[in-house]
Design a protein around this ligand. Structure first.
Ligand SMILES: *[C@@H]1O[C@H](CO)[C@@H](O)[C@H](O)[C@H]1NC(C)=O
Ligand SMILES: *[C@@H]1O[C@H](CO)[C@@H](O)[C@H](O)[C@H]1NC(C)=O
Length: 432
């Protein structure tokens, strides 16, 4: 790392920097104060440090101070990582600031553990734009910007992370190759605890926009995620092997799943998210690998699917090892011209003679309303090797987008109970 060579640049730029930092300190204080007002809704009791914004930004670590140059076409990753290192090693309240301007970045890893005091998360405020180097060979791993082994993080906007996807999507061959390498995710959280991501915009990721794994107690609020409807595998968020993740008030328009919950997703709440275009909210795909962890405790509430292919989908691979997907509530979901509003597909992915052994149970769909664009609005294609148990439909009111069409429901290997209004009518026979 070129740390020493940058030291002289830093000294000569010292005077303007002090001024600059003073200004930024005000800006960020303003920003946090605003966030505080907006965050006036009730918090869950007994939660960690992320529930409260830091009362003050503490010491500011501005990327300019560490040699980052806005507007340059060269990667500024070294300067960004040096800034992070200083903030992470700082024994006090620290805020990293990415000021206005466009910063080009190749693979950038922000690694902990950090010395931030307990209850004082490191704040990382993006005011400007972080833009990915549009060359997949620059990325050794599956990610562009990563946070790893961090306990206590607040990542805020109002800035943008721009994955430069339009320049690299041509390298994605997943439509022809089921073992394809995914392009890097824009924001990758691995082994992160007590984090809050708020007001960030992510556009045109190469692969997933956000990928959260091996993490716990993560709040994602008010993010905007945008990529074209035909962009490949640009999932809005993929969450796996993580506990206690809450996503609220997001707008997600992508070419793939809006939010997907992979193996080991437990205690996940999604609310007030608007999806579309894209493939809707998915649990899965599950059962592709041996030894997958179960998915348990998923609540999806107060969401809107607008023009998505699927609404709520659970998908598992045939020929899988045994695992469970259980305890899910999908409540108050508005479907607006959605092709397949409710679908369980246990024959997802490549074909196999063996059934899926992912056991799906205790799934409730309640207050699902709106319009469907295909005849089979509800399709439960459960596995003969592990039939779906205790699937409940309460107050389902789906009408066809085109009113000459009649909607129907189909079920295979599913034990389903009904309550309240049912459009389409219950599938017959109700169990295998
Ligand atoms: C999710 O919602 C349930 C039920 O409302 C609640 O008990 C749980 O604590 C919530 N979890 C998170 C991570 O928000
Ligand atoms: C969902 O909406 C209902 C009705 O507006 C509200 O009472 C409830 O608190 C909301 N839940 C979430 C998790 O947003």
């Amino acid at each position: 790392m070129a740390i020493s060579s940058k030291a002289s640049t830093r000294t000569s730029a010292f005077v303007p920097l002090v001024l600059c930092l003073a200004l930024l300190a005000c800006q960020i204080e303003g920003g946090l104060a605003k966030g505080h007002r907006r965050g006036g809704r009730p918090r869950l009791p007994g939660r960690g440090p992320v529930a409260r914004p830091a009362p003050n930004p503490g010491t500011i670590f501005n990327v300019l101070q560490f040699g980052a140059k806005p507007g340059s076409r060269l990667s500024q990753a070294q300067a960004f990582m040096k800034t992070w290192r200083a903030a992470c090693d700082f024994d006090g309240i620290a805020t990293v600031v990415v000021p206005p301007g466009v910063f080009t970045l190749a693979e950038t890893v922000f690694q902990g553990p950090c010395r931030n005091p307990p209850l004082s998360p490191i704040t990382f405020q993006i005011q400007g734009t972080m833009k990915a180097v549009a060359d997949p060979s620059e990325y050794s791993d599956k990610s562009w910007i990563s946070f790893e082994h961090v306990d206590g993080l607040v990542l805020t906007g109002p800035g943008t992370i721009d994955g430069s996807g339009p320049d690299v999507w041509k390298y994605n061959d997943c439509h022809t190759n089921s073992n394809c390498e995914l392009l890097p995710a824009s924001l990758y959280l691995n082994d992160v605890k007590n984090a809050k991501i708020r007001g960030v915009t992510s556009v045109n990721s190469m692969g997933f926009h956000m990928h959260v794994t091996n993490s716990a107690n993560i709040r994602i609020n008010g993010v905007h995620i945008f990529a074209p409807a035909d962009s490949p595998n640009t999932d809005g968020m993929h969450i796996s092997r993580s506990y206690a993740v809450r996503v609220s008030k997001a707008v997600i328009r992508t070419g793939d799943d809006c939010i997907s919950l992979g193996q080991g997703a437990t205690n996940i709440n999604v609310s007030r998210v608007t999806c579309g275009p894209g493939h809707g909210i998915s649990v899965g795909s599950l059962g592709k690998l041996p030894d997958e962890q179960d998915v348990t405790g998923v609540n999806v509430r107060n969401c809107t699917m607008a023009g998505t292919t699927n609404g709520i989908r659970i998908k598992t691979w045939p020929g899988s090892a045994p695992s469970k997907a259980t305890g899910m509530l999908f409540s108050n979901i508005v479907m607006d011209n959605v092709h397949f509003p409710i679908i369980i597909d246990q024959n997802y992915g490549t074909h196999s003679d063996k059934p899926s052994l992912v056991k799906i149970s205790d799934i409730t769909y309640e207050d699902i309303k709106g319009t469907a664009a295909s005849e089979v609005a509800v399709e439960l294609d459960c596995s003969p090797g592990a039939p779906c148990d205790n699937v409940k439909f309460t107050n389902i009111n789906l009408q066809p987008t085109i009113n000459t069409m009649r909607l129907s429901a189909t079920c295979a290997n599913a034990n389903v109970g009904y309550e309240g209004m049912q459009f389409p009518p219950p599938c017959l026979p109700p169990h295998p």
